[in-house]
Design a binder for this molecule. Structure first.
Ligand SMILES: [Zn+2]
Ligand SMILES: [Zn+2]
Length: 241
């Protein structure tokens, strides 16, 4: 009822073309969002044209595979910003389905037993009212026919936003930040988040899940932030000139 009234009084426009009542992004615009095209690097999820080895330096021995749908730019960035700070209509569910379509289109994604969204600190989740990774994770779990587990992995302490930190600080920022409840003995876990900046957060989650018995951990994000990494490369190249 509330949802219906909200749609009536606050119609949701497509973030890309402005079309009304399409649930935050219309079908046509969704199909036009950019995505990484195979062949993909399994350590960082990017395709050749976006691939800088610096991503893979931060790659992980804890993660078997990293999959990212799009570069974090343009309409994908706009969609994630809306999802994080306003949650318009069913944007999260639509983007989750977009992730599922992408995973299926790759044709070589091993289906997980359980989907685990990257948790927010409880205080941050209370303030926001939801965790956007859970909304995406629920759609991914439903689409891939896997179980959804939103309670086993938790964030013990709040961390600084990763984008504010240097590469070295990012690892330290998330170290020991997560805890895992029941055993994931022998399970293939798929971690889901909205955006991967470096792999520090998903990497730390993966090591906690592995200690809880997971036999395989993959990470799946809607977007990969390349800006910080290319800045890093620029600095490195300047030093070499
Ligand atoms: Zn549109
Ligand atoms: Zn790579």
């Amino acid at each position: 009822m509330w949802q219906w009234l909200r749609t009536l009084f606050f119609p949701v426009r497509c973030i890309r073309c402005g079309l009304y009542d399409c649930g935050a992004i219309c079908r046509n615009c969704l199909t036009q969002l950019p995505r990484f095209v195979p062949p993909l690097c399994s350590s960082c999820g990017t395709s050749k044209e976006f691939h800088y080895s610096v991503h893979c330096i931060a790659g992980s021995r804890q993660l078997n595979r990293v999959i990212c749908v799009s570069p974090y730019a343009g309409n994908v960035r706009a969609a994630i910003q809306k999802l994080k700070y306003r949650r318009p209509g069913n944007l999260g569910e639509t983007l989750g389905e977009f992730m599922v379509e992408y995973a299926r289109s790759l044709g070589d994604v091993e289906l997980p037993d359980v989907v685990v969204p990257v948790p927010l600190h409880p205080q941050r989740e209370r303030k926001r009212g939801y965790n956007q990774a859970v909304i995406l994770g629920a759609a991914v779990a439903a689409g891939l026919g896997a179980q959804l587990d939103t309670s086993a992995l938790s964030r013990k302490r709040d961390t600084f936003p990763q984008w504010r930190l240097s590469r070295r600080q990012r690892g330290a920022n998330v170290r020991g930040a997560f805890a895992c409840g029941p055993s994931f003995s022998g399970a293939h876990v798929l971690l889901v988040d909205d955006i991967i900046t470096t792999s520090a957060t998903v990497n730390e989650c993966a090591s906690v899940l592995r200690r809880a018995g997971a036999k395989r951990v993959d990470a799946f994000a809607l977007a990969r932030d390349l800006v910080l990494d290319s800045e890093h490369i620029d600095r490195r190249e300047q030093r070499h000139v």
